[in-house]
Design a binder for this molecule. Structure first.
Ligand SMILES: NC(=O)C1=CN([C@@H]2O[C@H](COP(=O)(O)OP(=O)(O)OC[C@H]3O[C@@H](n4cnc5c(N)ncnc54)[C@H](OP(=O)(O)O)[C@@H]3O)[C@@H](O)[C@H]2O)C=CC1
Ligand SMILES: [Cu+2]
Length: 408
């Protein structure tokens, strides 16, 4: 919540104390440009050091001065090295000018590496008389431009140097996270290279649930009749069985979206306060809700598509009426797919709205109702839909599940 608080403060209200240090940035690439813009907006005096200053002046905000590398290095108190690590060696001439100053290494590696030395440590070796602080590499140029959201993680050996970098980070509206000494720099250099770290557990969980329910349905609907009565239902494996499995997976995932919130509420009642940290497992579970909800949504979308395709198969001889009835049960999923596709993705996928994604909307809502529902407490709507979906999966026909033949 700290982040959203900072978020709501207009940039121009950031106080500029007279002691605001002059900030230098070496390099004129994407990162440098975004950083310069953000620093200027936060009230810093910015000097950009380039090998060819004249060429890049127009790309920087007016308030930032683009000058030679040596100029920027000698005038600034704190210097960002926004030059790719392969080219750090070309900065050796600046050693004198940078002596005693704080250098911020923002670089990332090209691949995850388990063994050092890290870019930051190499830079520290190159400039033994300067204080290297690793940081900002986990913030992309894009999020620098978009404004405060992410936290910058930094490490460094000199606490004064590190504090000054953290202060600067805070003034830019980001939340600094102190990650220790420079020897931990390898860890944060690797951070941005892990692909979708927050998706691993939810996706593996979805797969595991799918396999579990698929096996269960396979044994119940195919293997058991085959063994006991010699009936051959193996043709059901690719479509029908998958389609019976999907809604169960979706529903369990949806439960996993709601359960941690309830656990948290009970825990707070139990502890009698909301100012205690949740245990780690609950914390991690809570942060996974968005991904779990989206996986659940994906399963229901697949289920809706499968249900639409199923009657097209010859082997499934549905009467027309039954077919129409069956589809009614999925209308809310169709409406939802339609909504997700049509809504500007920013509203639907915004992190605060995203929990709504797992709430299939009831049938026949017009736009005003939808808008109303969007502003309604998400939980109430969610629980209502959750109940409807449970009944749908439990094949209660009167909940418009319309599942007459499939035994779903
Ligand atoms: N882009 C991003 O979103 C992020 C980038 N980073 C890190 O920031 C650093 C810079 O990234 P980015 O701005 O994207 O990279 P770019 O390639 O866009 O910019 C690198 C800059 O380095 C300068 N430079 C200095 N010496 C040399 C040299 N010998 N050869 C080539 N260029 C040189 C150049 O400026 P000039 O010609 O004016 O001297 C050039 O503009 C990297 O270490 C990267 O890992 C970290 C997090 C996010
Ligand atoms: Cu269904």
């Amino acid at each position: 919540y700290g982040a959203s608080l900072v978020n709501s403060l207009p940039l121009s209200h950031n106080p500029i104390s007279s002691s605001a240090p002059v900030v230098g940035i070496l390099g004129t690439g994407d990162f440098s440009r975004s950083l310069a813009r953000r620093l200027v907006a936060s009230g810093y005096i910015v000097l950009v050091g380039s090998r060819t200053p004249k060429r890049f002046v127009s790309l920087f905000p007016e308030e930032a001065e683009v000058t030679s590398q040596i100029d920027a290095a000698s005038q600034a108190d704190i210097v960002f090295i926004a030059v790719c690590p392969e080219h750090h060696s070309t900065l050796s001439d600046l050693k004198q000018a940078l002596a005693g100053k704080t250098l911020v290494d923002v670089s990332n590696g090209l691949r995850i590496s388990q063994y050092g030395p890290s870019n930051a440590e190499l830079l520290a070796d190159r400039f033994p008389e300067s204080w290297v602080v690793k940081g900002f590499n986990t913030i992309s140029a894009w999020s620098l431009q978009m404004g405060p959201r992410d936290g910058s993680k930094q490490v460094g050996d000199n606490s004064k140097a590190k504090i000054s970098v953290m202060e600067l980070c805070r003034r830019m509206g980001f939340i600094p996270v102190d990650m220790g000494l420079l020897s931990s720099s390898l860890e944060i250099e690797n951070l941005p290279l892990y692909l979708f770290p927050s998706w691993r557990v939810p996706v593996l969980g979805t797969l595991a649930l799918f396999i579990f329910f698929y096996l269960y349905n396979f044994i119940q609907d195919i293997l058991q009749p085959y063994v006991t009565a010699g009936k051959n239902f193996f043709y059901k494996m690719p479509i029908e069985t998958v389609n019976v499995t999907l809604p169960s997976v979706a529903l369990v995932l949806l439960s996993l979206v709601y359960l941690p919130g309830l656990c948290a509420a009970f825990l707070q009642l139990w502890l009698g306060t909301k100012y205690k940290r949740f245990p780690d497992w609950l914390d991690q579970w809570l942060t996974m809700r968005k991904q779990l909800g989206l996986c659940s949504f994906l399963c229901s979308v697949l289920h809706a598509i499968y249900s639409l395709c199923l009657p097209m198969r010859k082997s499934a001889r549905y009467e027309l009426l039954n077919l129409a009835f069956k589809q009614v049960g999925h209308i809310y999923i169709y409406i939802y797919i339609y909504q997700v596709l049509l809504q500007p993705s920013s509203t639907v996928f915004d992190s605060q709205n995203v929990r709504l994604i797992c709430h299939y909307h009831p049938i026949g809502m017009d736009l005003e109702v939808q808008v109303f529902l969007y502003t309604m407490p998400a939980n109430l709507l969610g629980h209502f839909n959750y109940a409807v979906n449970c009944l749908h999966v439990q094949s209660a026909p009167w909940v418009l599940s319309g599942v007459v033949n499939s035994g779903l």
